[in-house]
Design a binder for this molecule. Sequence first.
Ligand code: API
Length: 276
Amino acid sequence: MQFTKMNGLGNDFIVVNGEKELPANASELAVKLCNRFFGIGADGLVYILPSEKADFKMRIINSDGSEAEQCGNAIRCVAKYVYDNGLIDRTDITIETIGAGVQPLQLTTENGKAALVRVDMGAPILKGLDVPTTVDANPVIGHKVEIDGREFAFTAVSMGNPHAVIYVDDAVNFDLAKWGPKLETHPLFPRKINVEFARVNSREQVDMRVWERGAGPTLACGTGACATLVSSVLNGLTDRKATISLAGGDLFIEWSEEDNHVYMTGPAEIVFQGLL
Ligand SMILES: N[C@H](CCC[C@H](N)C(=O)O)C(=O)O
């Protein structure tokens, strides 16, 4: 099996093209191949598949074997993969995901290779029960939850996959390992949840660190950056366009007033190709 190792701001993936549909053993394969000591090492395993509605379809399996509905950094990697490998000769393409349907993307190129990718991530889902959470509110803003004596207030946003955004004084040094897993698996979240810890520095810039559902601490999370921007607008903390600064680098996120869609712009990188 040929694979390509890629990343979006250090959120890294094993990308596989050529299957007609998701292999039955995709979950076990993801656990094995994503292992950073006994496998290739990655946050997820990504399949590029045929689509009847878009140019391509993407399915993403987290390193714990769970399938996610959507993945912002991975969809930029898929767009770069198909362009750089000549599977498409346009810079305007569409990729279908389970969580957000057909997503238009625009590539900018450097020396004939895709450099930046701007993705229409669709409209955020804000109804608490649809994120899903067990909180029957629309939207869920600043909902309190106590864990081991510490109180957190989260805002819930789905980009096709679920997110809880929590504002803290120091996001950069936040103890993800201590609090991430307990929030990820809290009973408030029926399908578990990605947790973003954010510090708003201005109306145009937010520091964010993420504990991802099914993958743990990653260097970046595209859908998490989108959820953080949406949450920050809902909480009156930022404008509708802002830079979300993650451990692996910056993503530029816009929440359009015209179409209510969230647009994410960021890089994607091919590191190496391999054979299994
Ligand atoms: N762990 C996430 C999927 C990957 C999302 C993230 N890597 C991104 O870039 O959006 C989930 O289970 O919802």
